[in-house]
Ligand binder design. Structure first.
Ligand SMILES: C[S@@+](CC[C@H](N)C(=O)[O-])C[C@H]1O[C@@H](n2cnc3c(N)ncnc32)[C@H](O)[C@@H]1O
Length: 207
């Protein structure tokens, strides 16, 4: 399947407004240019960029209000941060990423697609205070460590929206050793036995 066919498959499965599609196209076009000069995304991944990476990010939107302020940890090539910013023009997304070349791409995509978003270059654990009611992170860290990274926001009442793979239940059990929290596990539409974990009311055990 070509990237064009993959885009058509994504659009057949998801309701995307004309304005949002225009922003998504600009983000993916920018990624196409930048991936030629850096290893943001592998050539084997490219033919499924829409159904796999955009689609995986898109399903988080069910849990993120229109005007949300959100922080995305370890944004890499912009999944899910850039996709959420493209779909939530009334909100604001801050992406935290430690690798300079990836940050340069993220900034270029924000500019090309005119997104309400910003990039903080640096390690999540050393980030300055950033206002956010929602935290996302995809393929960033196992849940126990992810809760440590996201604690500055979650402990102040932010909601975590985390796509997780088939071992999510083991990660949840391990996270329970260190943290108290409420959660919902919503089956992923990306196939397999992965879920979207919605995490609330986070407090360190013995707090
Ligand atoms: C496996 S990639 C996932 C990227 C993207 N979220 C995705 O799903 O395609 C993890 C990203 O996190 C970044 N990263 C790893 N540890 C980090 C840290 N402590 N602070 C900020 N970024 C970090 C890496 O540079 C990399 O871009």
């Amino acid at each position: 399947m070509s990237e064009r066919d993959d885009r058509a498959a994504f659009l057949a499965a998801n309701d995307v407004s004309r304005e949002t599609l225009d922003r998504l196209d600009r983000v993916i076009d920018t990624l196409d240019v930048w991936r030629q000069k850096s290893n943001l995304i592998g050539p084997k991944e490219w033919p499924q960029i829409w159904t796999r990476h955009v689609g995986d990010s898109w399903q988080l939107l069910d849990h993120i209000p229109e005007t949300a302020h959100l922080v995305d940890l370890g944004s890499g090539a912009g999944f899910p941060g850039l996709i959420i910013a493209a779909a939530r023009s009334l909100g604001h997304v801050t992406m935290i990423e430690s690798v300079g070349k990836k940050c340069a791409f993220l900034r270029a995509a924000i500019q090309e697609a005119d997104l309400s978003a910003a990039v903080h270059q640096g390690r999540v654990e050393a980030a300055p205070p950033i206002k956010a009611e929602f935290v996302t992170a995809r393929a960033f860290a196992p849940l126990p460590e992810l809760l440590d990274y996201a604690a500055p926001w979650l402990r102040k009442g932010a909601v975590g929206v985390f796509p997780k793979g088939e071992r999510w239940n083991e990660e949840l059990t391990a996270a329970r050793q260190r943290w108290n929290f409420a959660y919902e596990a919503i089956p992923s539409r990306s196939g397999g036995s992965g879920v979207i974990l919605i995490i609330r009311e986070v407090a360190r055990r013995n707090d």
